[in-house]
Design a protein around this ligand. Structure first.
Ligand SMILES: CC(=O)SCCNC(=O)CCNC(=O)[C@H](O)C(C)(C)COP(=O)(O)OP(=O)(O)OC[C@H]1O[C@@H](n2cnc3c(N)ncnc32)[C@H](O)[C@@H]1OP(=O)(O)O
Ligand SMILES: CC(C)C(=O)C(=O)O
Length: 518
Protein backbone atom coordinates (compact mmCIF):
# COMPACT_ATOMS: atom_id res chain seq x y z
CA UNK A 1 0.00 0.00 0.00
CA UNK A 2 1.29 3.49 -0.93
CA UNK A 3 2.54 5.54 2.04
CA UNK A 4 1.26 9.10 2.40
CA UNK A 5 3.66 11.34 4.33
CA UNK A 6 2.08 13.48 7.02
CA UNK A 7 3.30 17.07 7.36
CA UNK A 8 1.85 18.61 10.49
CA UNK A 9 1.62 22.40 10.63
CA UNK A 10 -0.40 22.74 13.85
CA UNK A 11 2.46 24.75 15.35
CA UNK A 12 2.73 27.10 12.35
CA UNK A 13 -0.44 27.41 10.26
CA UNK A 14 -2.50 26.15 13.23
CA UNK A 15 -0.99 28.85 15.41
CA UNK A 16 -2.09 31.40 12.79
CA UNK A 17 -5.67 30.86 14.03
CA UNK A 18 -6.80 34.24 15.37
CA UNK A 19 -6.39 34.28 19.13
CA UNK A 20 -3.96 31.38 19.36
CA UNK A 21 -0.49 31.96 20.79
CA UNK A 22 1.60 29.03 21.95
CA UNK A 23 4.62 29.56 24.15
CA UNK A 24 7.80 27.49 23.86
CA UNK A 25 6.80 24.96 26.48
CA UNK A 26 3.40 24.45 24.86
CA UNK A 27 4.93 24.02 21.41
CA UNK A 28 7.35 21.41 22.75
CA UNK A 29 4.54 19.54 24.52
CA UNK A 30 2.47 19.41 21.34
CA UNK A 31 5.50 18.46 19.20
CA UNK A 32 6.33 15.54 21.49
CA UNK A 33 2.74 14.32 21.24
CA UNK A 34 2.87 14.70 17.43
CA UNK A 35 6.00 12.56 17.52
CA UNK A 36 4.05 9.88 19.42
CA UNK A 37 1.29 10.17 16.87
CA UNK A 38 3.93 9.36 14.27
CA UNK A 39 3.77 12.37 11.96
CA UNK A 40 6.66 12.43 9.48
CA UNK A 41 7.29 16.18 9.47
CA UNK A 42 6.58 18.89 12.00
CA UNK A 43 6.49 22.52 10.88
CA UNK A 44 7.32 24.13 14.22
CA UNK A 45 6.89 27.80 13.32
CA UNK A 46 8.00 30.81 11.31
CA UNK A 47 11.36 31.76 12.90
CA UNK A 48 11.60 35.17 11.18
CA UNK A 49 8.27 36.17 12.76
CA UNK A 50 9.76 36.93 16.18
CA UNK A 51 12.68 36.04 18.45
CA UNK A 52 10.19 34.13 20.59
CA UNK A 53 9.08 31.95 17.67
CA UNK A 54 12.71 31.35 16.66
CA UNK A 55 13.47 30.17 20.21
CA UNK A 56 10.35 27.98 20.27
CA UNK A 57 11.25 26.34 16.94
CA UNK A 58 14.73 25.72 18.31
CA UNK A 59 13.34 24.10 21.46
CA UNK A 60 11.13 21.83 19.34
CA UNK A 61 14.08 21.02 17.05
CA UNK A 62 16.15 19.90 20.03
CA UNK A 63 13.34 17.92 21.67
CA UNK A 64 12.02 15.91 18.72
CA UNK A 65 14.01 12.85 17.66
CA UNK A 66 11.70 10.83 15.43
CA UNK A 67 10.28 13.36 12.99
CA UNK A 68 11.82 15.93 10.71
CA UNK A 69 11.47 19.43 12.20
CA UNK A 70 10.91 22.28 9.76
CA UNK A 71 10.61 26.05 9.77
CA UNK A 72 8.85 28.35 7.28
CA UNK A 73 10.53 31.19 5.40
CA UNK A 74 9.54 33.71 2.75
CA UNK A 75 11.77 33.66 -0.33
CA UNK A 76 14.16 36.11 1.31
CA UNK A 77 17.61 35.46 2.72
CA UNK A 78 16.96 36.82 6.20
CA UNK A 79 13.99 34.46 6.70
CA UNK A 80 16.10 31.50 5.49
CA UNK A 81 18.89 32.52 7.89
CA UNK A 82 16.37 32.59 10.74
CA UNK A 83 15.23 29.05 9.92
CA UNK A 84 18.86 27.88 9.77
CA UNK A 85 19.47 29.42 13.20
CA UNK A 86 16.28 27.94 14.65
CA UNK A 87 16.91 24.40 13.46
CA UNK A 88 20.39 24.14 14.98
CA UNK A 89 20.48 20.94 17.03
CA UNK A 90 17.69 19.21 15.08
CA UNK A 91 18.09 15.52 14.32
CA UNK A 92 16.52 15.88 10.87
CA UNK A 93 16.10 19.57 9.87
CA UNK A 94 14.42 20.81 6.70
CA UNK A 95 13.31 24.20 5.43
CA UNK A 96 10.01 25.20 3.89
CA UNK A 97 10.15 28.24 1.63
CA UNK A 98 7.25 29.77 -0.21
CA UNK A 99 6.39 32.33 -2.85
CA UNK A 100 2.98 33.20 -4.24
CA UNK A 101 2.41 32.36 -7.92
CA UNK A 102 -1.22 33.32 -8.67
CA UNK A 103 -2.03 36.40 -10.79
CA UNK A 104 -3.85 38.10 -7.87
CA UNK A 105 -0.92 37.66 -5.49
CA UNK A 106 1.67 38.53 -8.15
CA UNK A 107 -0.08 41.74 -9.10
CA UNK A 108 -1.40 43.07 -5.80
CA UNK A 109 0.78 41.60 -3.07
CA UNK A 110 4.22 40.87 -4.48
CA UNK A 111 3.97 43.39 -7.36
CA UNK A 112 6.05 41.02 -9.48
CA UNK A 113 5.82 39.80 -13.06
CA UNK A 114 6.00 36.08 -13.77
CA UNK A 115 9.73 36.34 -14.59
CA UNK A 116 10.48 38.01 -11.26
CA UNK A 117 8.60 35.27 -9.42
CA UNK A 118 10.70 32.61 -11.17
CA UNK A 119 13.94 34.50 -10.44
CA UNK A 120 13.04 35.11 -6.78
CA UNK A 121 12.11 31.47 -6.27
CA UNK A 122 15.31 30.26 -7.94
CA UNK A 123 17.50 32.56 -5.85
CA UNK A 124 15.78 31.56 -2.63
CA UNK A 125 15.95 27.82 -3.33
CA UNK A 126 19.65 28.10 -4.25
CA UNK A 127 20.37 30.02 -1.05
CA UNK A 128 18.43 27.52 1.07
CA UNK A 129 20.11 24.53 -0.61
CA UNK A 130 23.47 25.81 0.70
CA UNK A 131 22.30 25.13 4.26
CA UNK A 132 19.73 22.37 3.90
CA UNK A 133 19.82 19.04 2.16
CA UNK A 134 16.03 18.94 2.20
CA UNK A 135 14.05 21.92 0.92
CA UNK A 136 10.29 22.10 0.44
CA UNK A 137 9.01 24.78 -1.91
CA UNK A 138 5.42 26.01 -1.85
CA UNK A 139 3.74 27.88 -4.69
CA UNK A 140 1.42 29.92 -2.51
CA UNK A 141 -2.13 30.22 -3.91
CA UNK A 142 -1.32 27.45 -6.40
CA UNK A 143 -5.04 26.72 -6.68
CA UNK A 144 -5.64 30.07 -8.43
CA UNK A 145 -2.42 29.93 -10.47
CA UNK A 146 -2.48 29.40 -14.27
CA UNK A 147 -1.77 25.67 -14.74
CA UNK A 148 0.99 26.20 -17.32
CA UNK A 149 2.76 28.69 -15.04
CA UNK A 150 2.43 26.31 -12.09
CA UNK A 151 4.08 23.60 -14.22
CA UNK A 152 6.87 26.08 -15.02
CA UNK A 153 7.42 26.96 -11.35
CA UNK A 154 7.35 23.29 -10.33
CA UNK A 155 9.83 22.38 -13.09
CA UNK A 156 12.18 25.10 -11.83
CA UNK A 157 11.92 23.82 -8.24
CA UNK A 158 12.65 20.27 -9.42
CA UNK A 159 15.70 21.47 -11.39
CA UNK A 160 16.96 23.39 -8.36
CA UNK A 161 16.91 20.20 -6.29
CA UNK A 162 14.03 20.61 -3.84
CA UNK A 163 12.73 17.44 -2.21
CA UNK A 164 9.07 18.44 -2.03
CA UNK A 165 6.88 20.78 -4.07
CA UNK A 166 3.81 21.79 -2.14
CA UNK A 167 0.59 22.83 -3.88
CA UNK A 168 -1.44 24.98 -1.51
CA UNK A 169 -5.07 25.85 -1.97
CA UNK A 170 -4.26 28.88 0.16
CA UNK A 171 -7.75 30.36 0.19
CA UNK A 172 -9.83 27.16 0.12
CA UNK A 173 -11.21 27.96 -3.35
CA UNK A 174 -10.81 24.61 -5.06
CA UNK A 175 -13.18 21.71 -5.48
CA UNK A 176 -11.95 18.10 -5.52
CA UNK A 177 -12.11 17.64 -9.32
CA UNK A 178 -10.12 20.82 -10.00
CA UNK A 179 -7.59 20.20 -7.28
CA UNK A 180 -7.03 16.57 -8.32
CA UNK A 181 -6.57 17.77 -11.89
CA UNK A 182 -3.66 20.03 -10.83
CA UNK A 183 -1.77 17.01 -9.46
CA UNK A 184 -2.50 14.88 -12.51
CA UNK A 185 -1.32 17.70 -14.79
CA UNK A 186 1.92 18.22 -12.86
CA UNK A 187 2.61 14.47 -12.85
CA UNK A 188 2.05 14.26 -16.61
CA UNK A 189 3.84 17.44 -17.70
CA UNK A 190 6.74 18.34 -15.40
CA UNK A 191 10.05 16.74 -16.41
CA UNK A 192 11.67 14.55 -13.69
CA UNK A 193 8.66 15.01 -11.42
CA UNK A 194 9.32 11.53 -9.99
CA UNK A 195 12.48 12.93 -8.34
CA UNK A 196 10.40 14.91 -5.85
CA UNK A 197 7.39 14.40 -3.62
CA UNK A 198 4.22 16.35 -4.38
CA UNK A 199 2.33 17.71 -1.40
CA UNK A 200 -1.21 19.00 -0.83
CA UNK A 201 -1.95 21.86 1.57
CA UNK A 202 -5.63 22.81 1.77
CA UNK A 203 -7.75 25.32 3.61
CA UNK A 204 -11.35 24.81 4.61
CA UNK A 205 -13.04 28.06 3.53
CA UNK A 206 -15.71 26.17 1.58
CA UNK A 207 -15.60 23.08 3.80
CA UNK A 208 -13.70 21.05 1.19
CA UNK A 209 -10.19 20.80 2.68
CA UNK A 210 -10.38 17.09 3.44
CA UNK A 211 -12.11 16.22 0.16
CA UNK A 212 -9.53 18.25 -1.78
CA UNK A 213 -6.61 16.61 0.05
CA UNK A 214 -8.01 13.17 -0.71
CA UNK A 215 -8.52 14.12 -4.36
CA UNK A 216 -4.86 15.17 -4.47
CA UNK A 217 -3.83 11.81 -3.01
CA UNK A 218 -5.92 9.97 -5.60
CA UNK A 219 -4.09 11.95 -8.28
CA UNK A 220 -0.57 11.34 -7.10
CA UNK A 221 0.16 13.51 -4.01
CA UNK A 222 2.74 11.85 -1.76
CA UNK A 223 2.32 14.13 1.23
CA UNK A 224 -0.64 15.73 2.98
CA UNK A 225 -0.31 18.89 5.06
CA UNK A 226 -2.70 19.90 7.79
CA UNK A 227 -3.32 20.42 11.45
CA UNK A 228 -4.83 18.57 14.36
CA UNK A 229 -8.53 19.42 14.76
CA UNK A 230 -8.25 21.37 11.50
CA UNK A 231 -7.27 24.59 13.28
CA UNK A 232 -5.62 27.33 11.24
CA UNK A 233 -5.94 30.63 9.44
CA UNK A 234 -9.61 31.67 8.87
CA UNK A 235 -11.75 28.50 8.52
CA UNK A 236 -8.69 26.37 9.21
CA UNK A 237 -6.57 23.77 7.47
CA UNK A 238 -7.17 20.17 6.48
CA UNK A 239 -7.81 18.18 9.65
CA UNK A 240 -5.11 15.51 9.56
CA UNK A 241 -7.16 13.09 11.63
CA UNK A 242 -9.88 13.19 8.98
CA UNK A 243 -7.50 12.35 6.13
CA UNK A 244 -5.77 9.61 8.15
CA UNK A 245 -9.08 7.98 9.10
CA UNK A 246 -10.53 8.33 5.61
CA UNK A 247 -7.48 6.54 4.20
CA UNK A 248 -7.53 3.86 6.91
CA UNK A 249 -11.29 3.27 6.75
CA UNK A 250 -11.49 3.28 2.95
CA UNK A 251 -8.11 1.69 2.12
CA UNK A 252 -10.10 -0.39 -0.38
CA UNK A 253 -10.86 2.82 -2.30
CA UNK A 254 -7.76 4.98 -1.81
CA UNK A 255 -5.08 2.27 -1.83
CA UNK A 256 -2.90 4.54 0.34
CA UNK A 257 -2.26 4.95 4.07
CA UNK A 258 -0.42 7.12 6.51
CA UNK A 259 1.83 5.45 9.08
CA UNK A 260 0.24 7.39 11.94
CA UNK A 261 -0.32 5.63 15.23
CA UNK A 262 -4.07 6.23 15.08
CA UNK A 263 -4.57 5.31 18.74
CA UNK A 264 -2.89 8.61 19.67
CA UNK A 265 -5.42 10.73 17.76
CA UNK A 266 -7.95 11.37 20.55
CA UNK A 267 -5.18 12.28 23.00
CA UNK A 268 -3.45 14.60 20.51
CA UNK A 269 -6.73 16.31 19.71
CA UNK A 270 -7.46 16.92 23.40
CA UNK A 271 -3.98 18.34 24.01
CA UNK A 272 -4.13 20.70 21.02
CA UNK A 273 -7.58 21.88 22.05
CA UNK A 274 -6.45 22.46 25.63
CA UNK A 275 -3.26 24.37 24.79
CA UNK A 276 -4.67 26.45 21.93
CA UNK A 277 -7.99 27.14 23.65
CA UNK A 278 -9.76 26.18 20.39
CA UNK A 279 -12.77 24.13 21.44
CA UNK A 280 -13.53 21.15 19.21
CA UNK A 281 -17.18 21.32 18.05
CA UNK A 282 -19.25 18.35 19.24
CA UNK A 283 -20.09 17.30 15.69
CA UNK A 284 -16.49 17.52 14.40
CA UNK A 285 -15.61 14.40 12.38
CA UNK A 286 -13.43 11.86 14.23
CA UNK A 287 -12.61 13.93 17.33
CA UNK A 288 -15.87 15.71 18.23
CA UNK A 289 -17.56 14.61 21.45
CA UNK A 290 -20.52 13.29 19.42
CA UNK A 291 -18.48 11.45 16.79
CA UNK A 292 -18.98 8.17 18.64
CA UNK A 293 -22.22 8.95 20.49
CA UNK A 294 -25.71 7.77 19.62
CA UNK A 295 -28.83 9.44 20.99
CA UNK A 296 -31.74 8.23 18.93
CA UNK A 297 -33.57 5.06 19.89
CA UNK A 298 -33.40 3.41 16.48
CA UNK A 299 -29.64 3.98 16.19
CA UNK A 300 -29.05 2.86 19.79
CA UNK A 301 -31.05 -0.31 19.19
CA UNK A 302 -29.00 -0.97 16.05
CA UNK A 303 -25.67 -0.36 17.80
CA UNK A 304 -26.65 -2.59 20.72
CA UNK A 305 -27.46 -5.39 18.27
CA UNK A 306 -24.43 -4.83 16.00
CA UNK A 307 -22.12 -1.81 16.23
CA UNK A 308 -21.37 -1.65 12.52
CA UNK A 309 -25.00 -0.75 11.81
CA UNK A 310 -24.18 2.85 12.69
CA UNK A 311 -20.39 2.94 13.31
CA UNK A 312 -17.91 2.91 10.43
CA UNK A 313 -14.92 3.45 12.73
CA UNK A 314 -14.52 1.80 16.09
CA UNK A 315 -13.71 4.31 18.85
CA UNK A 316 -10.79 2.12 19.97
CA UNK A 317 -9.10 2.91 16.64
CA UNK A 318 -8.43 6.49 17.73
CA UNK A 319 -7.74 5.62 21.37
CA UNK A 320 -11.18 6.05 22.90
CA UNK A 321 -12.62 3.40 25.21
CA UNK A 322 -16.04 2.95 23.72
CA UNK A 323 -18.85 4.68 21.91
CA UNK A 324 -21.49 6.33 24.06
CA UNK A 325 -25.22 5.79 24.16
CA UNK A 326 -26.51 9.18 25.25
CA UNK A 327 -29.94 9.08 26.81
CA UNK A 328 -32.20 11.87 25.67
CA UNK A 329 -35.71 12.46 24.45
CA UNK A 330 -35.07 10.50 21.23
CA UNK A 331 -33.90 7.37 23.05
CA UNK A 332 -35.83 4.12 23.18
CA UNK A 333 -36.44 1.29 25.64
CA UNK A 334 -33.56 -0.93 24.43
CA UNK A 335 -30.94 1.68 25.32
CA UNK A 336 -32.76 2.65 28.53
CA UNK A 337 -32.87 -0.95 29.74
CA UNK A 338 -29.16 -1.34 28.89
CA UNK A 339 -28.42 1.77 30.94
CA UNK A 340 -30.42 0.43 33.90
CA UNK A 341 -28.42 -2.80 33.79
CA UNK A 342 -25.17 -0.77 33.64
CA UNK A 343 -26.28 1.15 36.70
CA UNK A 344 -27.02 -2.04 38.65
CA UNK A 345 -30.82 -2.12 38.26
CA UNK A 346 -30.84 -5.45 36.47
CA UNK A 347 -33.75 -7.05 38.32
CA UNK A 348 -36.54 -4.74 37.22
CA UNK A 349 -39.66 -6.26 35.69
CA UNK A 350 -41.00 -5.14 32.32
CA UNK A 351 -43.64 -3.01 34.11
CA UNK A 352 -41.03 -1.37 36.29
CA UNK A 353 -38.83 -0.58 33.31
CA UNK A 354 -41.82 0.88 31.50
CA UNK A 355 -42.76 3.04 34.49
CA UNK A 356 -39.17 4.27 34.84
CA UNK A 357 -39.00 4.87 31.07
CA UNK A 358 -42.09 7.09 31.26
CA UNK A 359 -40.52 9.21 34.00
CA UNK A 360 -37.26 9.35 32.08
CA UNK A 361 -39.06 10.62 28.96
CA UNK A 362 -40.79 13.31 31.06
CA UNK A 363 -37.42 14.42 32.37
CA UNK A 364 -35.79 14.22 28.92
CA UNK A 365 -38.45 16.60 27.59
CA UNK A 366 -37.30 19.17 30.13
CA UNK A 367 -33.55 18.50 30.25
CA UNK A 368 -30.99 18.31 27.43
CA UNK A 369 -28.72 15.58 28.80
CA UNK A 370 -30.00 12.95 31.16
CA UNK A 371 -26.99 11.66 33.09
CA UNK A 372 -26.47 8.45 35.05
CA UNK A 373 -26.96 10.39 38.27
CA UNK A 374 -30.28 11.74 36.98
CA UNK A 375 -31.52 8.23 36.27
CA UNK A 376 -30.39 6.88 39.63
CA UNK A 377 -32.11 9.82 41.33
CA UNK A 378 -35.31 9.17 39.41
CA UNK A 379 -35.28 5.51 40.39
CA UNK A 380 -34.29 6.00 44.01
CA UNK A 381 -36.91 8.66 44.56
CA UNK A 382 -39.52 5.92 44.47
CA UNK A 383 -37.51 2.89 45.54
CA UNK A 384 -39.62 2.35 48.59
CA UNK A 385 -43.25 2.78 47.80
CA UNK A 386 -45.23 4.50 50.51
CA UNK A 387 -49.01 4.83 50.26
CA UNK A 388 -49.74 8.17 48.68
CA UNK A 389 -52.00 10.01 51.12
CA UNK A 390 -51.06 13.32 49.50
CA UNK A 391 -49.93 13.99 45.95
CA UNK A 392 -48.76 17.26 44.48
CA UNK A 393 -51.04 18.25 41.60
CA UNK A 394 -49.91 21.78 40.85
CA UNK A 395 -47.63 24.45 42.19
CA UNK A 396 -47.65 28.17 41.34
CA UNK A 397 -45.12 30.45 43.02
CA UNK A 398 -44.99 34.20 42.65
CA UNK A 399 -41.78 35.95 43.54
CA UNK A 400 -41.06 39.66 43.56
CA UNK A 401 -37.88 41.02 45.13
CA UNK A 402 -39.96 43.88 46.70
CA UNK A 403 -42.80 41.76 48.15
CA UNK A 404 -43.25 38.60 50.19
CA UNK A 405 -43.46 35.48 48.00
CA UNK A 406 -46.72 33.57 47.70
CA UNK A 407 -47.37 29.97 46.73
CA UNK A 408 -50.56 28.35 45.51
CA UNK A 409 -50.56 24.59 45.97
CA UNK A 410 -53.06 22.07 44.67
CA UNK A 411 -52.92 18.69 46.44
CA UNK A 412 -54.70 15.40 46.01
CA UNK A 413 -55.80 14.28 49.46
CA UNK A 414 -57.87 11.35 50.71
CA UNK A 415 -60.97 13.55 50.52
CA UNK A 416 -60.32 14.90 47.02
CA UNK A 417 -58.46 17.77 45.37
CA UNK A 418 -57.78 20.85 47.50
CA UNK A 419 -56.06 24.12 46.74
CA UNK A 420 -54.82 27.04 48.81
CA UNK A 421 -52.45 30.00 48.77
CA UNK A 422 -50.03 31.08 51.49
CA UNK A 423 -47.29 33.64 51.91
CA UNK A 424 -43.93 33.06 53.54
CA UNK A 425 -40.45 34.41 54.26
CA UNK A 426 -39.19 32.84 51.09
CA UNK A 427 -40.63 30.81 48.21
CA UNK A 428 -39.96 27.46 49.90
CA UNK A 429 -41.44 28.70 53.17
CA UNK A 430 -44.59 29.86 51.33
CA UNK A 431 -44.93 26.46 49.61
CA UNK A 432 -44.54 24.59 52.89
CA UNK A 433 -47.08 26.85 54.64
CA UNK A 434 -49.61 26.23 51.86
CA UNK A 435 -49.08 22.46 52.10
CA UNK A 436 -49.48 22.59 55.90
CA UNK A 437 -52.80 24.46 55.46
CA UNK A 438 -54.07 21.74 53.11
CA UNK A 439 -52.88 18.65 54.99
CA UNK A 440 -53.65 20.07 58.47
CA UNK A 441 -50.66 18.04 59.67
CA UNK A 442 -48.73 19.81 62.42
CA UNK A 443 -45.15 19.15 61.53
CA UNK A 444 -41.78 20.76 62.20
CA UNK A 445 -39.24 21.04 59.40
CA UNK A 446 -36.19 19.52 61.07
CA UNK A 447 -33.81 19.57 58.12
CA UNK A 448 -33.73 20.82 54.55
CA UNK A 449 -30.85 20.20 52.14
CA UNK A 450 -30.57 20.79 48.44
CA UNK A 451 -27.91 19.63 46.02
CA UNK A 452 -27.57 19.57 42.32
CA UNK A 453 -27.44 16.06 40.89
CA UNK A 454 -25.49 17.01 37.79
CA UNK A 455 -23.75 20.06 36.30
CA UNK A 456 -25.30 22.93 34.38
CA UNK A 457 -28.25 25.23 34.85
CA UNK A 458 -30.65 22.51 33.70
CA UNK A 459 -29.32 20.03 36.32
CA UNK A 460 -31.74 18.17 38.54
CA UNK A 461 -32.21 19.71 41.98
CA UNK A 462 -32.29 17.00 44.65
CA UNK A 463 -34.01 18.10 47.88
CA UNK A 464 -34.01 16.16 51.18
CA UNK A 465 -36.23 17.17 54.08
CA UNK A 466 -36.81 15.73 57.53
CA UNK A 467 -40.18 16.38 59.18
CA UNK A 468 -40.96 15.81 62.86
CA UNK A 469 -44.31 15.24 64.51
CA UNK A 470 -43.98 14.44 68.21
CA UNK A 471 -41.70 11.41 68.43
CA UNK A 472 -42.13 10.43 64.82
CA UNK A 473 -39.87 11.75 62.13
CA UNK A 474 -39.68 10.99 58.43
CA UNK A 475 -37.44 11.93 55.56
CA UNK A 476 -38.60 12.83 52.10
CA UNK A 477 -36.89 13.36 48.79
CA UNK A 478 -37.87 15.29 45.67
CA UNK A 479 -36.05 15.55 42.38
CA UNK A 480 -36.85 18.00 39.63
CA UNK A 481 -35.19 20.39 37.20
CA UNK A 482 -36.93 23.11 39.23
CA UNK A 483 -35.73 23.45 42.82
CA UNK A 484 -39.09 24.79 44.08
CA UNK A 485 -40.90 21.81 42.62
CA UNK A 486 -38.24 19.49 44.08
CA UNK A 487 -38.76 21.18 47.47
CA UNK A 488 -42.55 20.68 47.32
CA UNK A 489 -42.17 17.05 46.24
CA UNK A 490 -39.71 16.32 49.05
CA UNK A 491 -42.08 17.83 51.63
CA UNK A 492 -45.10 15.87 50.35
CA UNK A 493 -42.99 12.69 50.21
CA UNK A 494 -41.95 13.19 53.86
CA UNK A 495 -45.58 13.82 54.88
CA UNK A 496 -46.65 10.56 53.23
CA UNK A 497 -43.90 8.65 55.04
CA UNK A 498 -44.80 10.31 58.32
CA UNK A 499 -48.46 9.34 58.00
CA UNK A 500 -47.39 5.83 56.96
CA UNK A 501 -45.15 5.50 60.02
CA UNK A 502 -47.91 6.77 62.30
CA UNK A 503 -50.33 4.21 60.84
CA UNK A 504 -47.76 1.41 60.72
CA UNK A 505 -48.96 -0.57 63.76
CA UNK A 506 -52.40 -0.95 62.13
CA UNK A 507 -50.89 -2.46 58.94
CA UNK A 508 -49.56 -5.99 58.63
CA UNK A 509 -45.82 -6.57 58.77
CA UNK A 510 -46.04 -8.17 55.31
CA UNK A 511 -47.49 -4.94 53.90
CA UNK A 512 -44.78 -2.85 55.50
CA UNK A 513 -41.92 -5.02 54.26
CA UNK A 514 -43.26 -5.28 50.78
CA UNK A 515 -40.74 -2.99 49.19
CA UNK A 516 -41.24 -2.41 45.50
CA UNK A 517 -39.14 -0.66 42.93
CA UNK A 518 -40.63 2.30 41.07
C1 LIG B 1 -0.28 31.53 3.33
C2 LIG B 1 0.50 31.69 4.55
O1 LIG B 1 0.10 31.21 5.55
S1 LIG B 1 1.97 32.48 4.47
C3 LIG B 1 2.55 32.63 6.10
C4 LIG B 1 1.82 33.67 6.84
N1 LIG B 1 2.36 33.81 8.14
C5 LIG B 1 2.76 34.98 8.64
O2 LIG B 1 2.73 36.01 7.97
C6 LIG B 1 3.22 34.98 10.07
C7 LIG B 1 4.60 35.60 10.25
N2 LIG B 1 4.74 36.87 9.63
C8 LIG B 1 5.34 37.95 10.23
O3 LIG B 1 5.72 37.93 11.40
C9 LIG B 1 5.61 39.13 9.41
O4 LIG B 1 4.65 39.23 8.35
C10 LIG B 1 7.05 39.08 8.79
C11 LIG B 1 8.07 39.17 9.92
C12 LIG B 1 7.28 37.80 8.01
C13 LIG B 1 7.25 40.21 7.79
O5 LIG B 1 6.91 41.41 8.44
P1 LIG B 1 7.10 42.83 7.71
O6 LIG B 1 8.49 42.93 7.20
O7 LIG B 1 6.66 43.85 8.68
O8 LIG B 1 6.18 42.79 6.40
P2 LIG B 1 4.61 42.61 6.26
O9 LIG B 1 4.20 41.38 6.94
O10 LIG B 1 3.88 43.84 6.65
O11 LIG B 1 4.47 42.43 4.69
C14 LIG B 1 4.96 41.29 4.06
C15 LIG B 1 6.03 41.61 3.05
O12 LIG B 1 6.59 40.37 2.61
C16 LIG B 1 6.37 40.22 1.20
N3 LIG B 1 6.17 38.81 0.97
C17 LIG B 1 5.07 38.08 1.21
N4 LIG B 1 5.31 36.82 0.92
C18 LIG B 1 6.57 36.75 0.49
C19 LIG B 1 7.38 35.68 0.05
N5 LIG B 1 6.90 34.43 0.04
N6 LIG B 1 8.64 35.91 -0.33
C20 LIG B 1 9.11 37.19 -0.31
N7 LIG B 1 8.39 38.23 0.10
C21 LIG B 1 7.14 38.01 0.49
C22 LIG B 1 5.16 41.09 0.94
O13 LIG B 1 5.06 41.38 -0.42
C23 LIG B 1 5.48 42.27 1.81
O14 LIG B 1 6.53 42.95 1.18
P3 LIG B 1 6.65 44.58 1.10
O15 LIG B 1 6.96 45.00 2.49
O16 LIG B 1 7.78 44.81 0.17
O17 LIG B 1 5.34 45.08 0.59
C1 LIG C 1 2.95 28.77 3.28
C2 LIG C 1 1.86 28.07 2.55
C3 LIG C 1 2.14 26.63 2.40
C4 LIG C 1 0.55 28.23 3.20
O1 LIG C 1 0.42 28.15 4.39
C5 LIG C 1 -0.62 28.40 2.35
O2 LIG C 1 -0.46 28.68 1.17
O3 LIG C 1 -1.73 28.27 2.86
Amino acid sequence: MRKIYVFDTTLRDGEQSPGVNLNTQEKVEIALQLEKLGVDRIEAGFPAASPGDLAAVNAVARAVKNASVMGLARSVEKDIDAVYEALKGAEDPAIHIFLATSPIHRKHKLRMEKEQVLETAQKAIRYARKYFSRVEFSAEDAGRTELDFLCEVTALAVREGVSVVNIPDTVGYMNPQEFGNIFRTLKENVPDIERIQLSAHCHDDLGMATANSLAAILNGADQVEGTINGIGERAGNTALEEVALALATRADYFGARTTLNLKEIAKTSRLVSKLTGMVVPGNKAIVGANAFAHESGIHQDGVLKEKTTYEIISPETIGLKDSKLVLGKHSGRHAFREKLIDLGFEDLTEDQVNAAFGKFKDLADRKKDVSNEDIIALLEEKMVQTPEVFALEQLVVSFDSHAAPAATVRLKTQSGIAETTAGGNGSVDAIYKAIDKLTKEEVVLDDYTIKSVTDGTDALGDVHVVLKQGDVNAQGRGVSTDILEASARAYVDALNRLVDKRNAPTRSRKDRDNVTLI
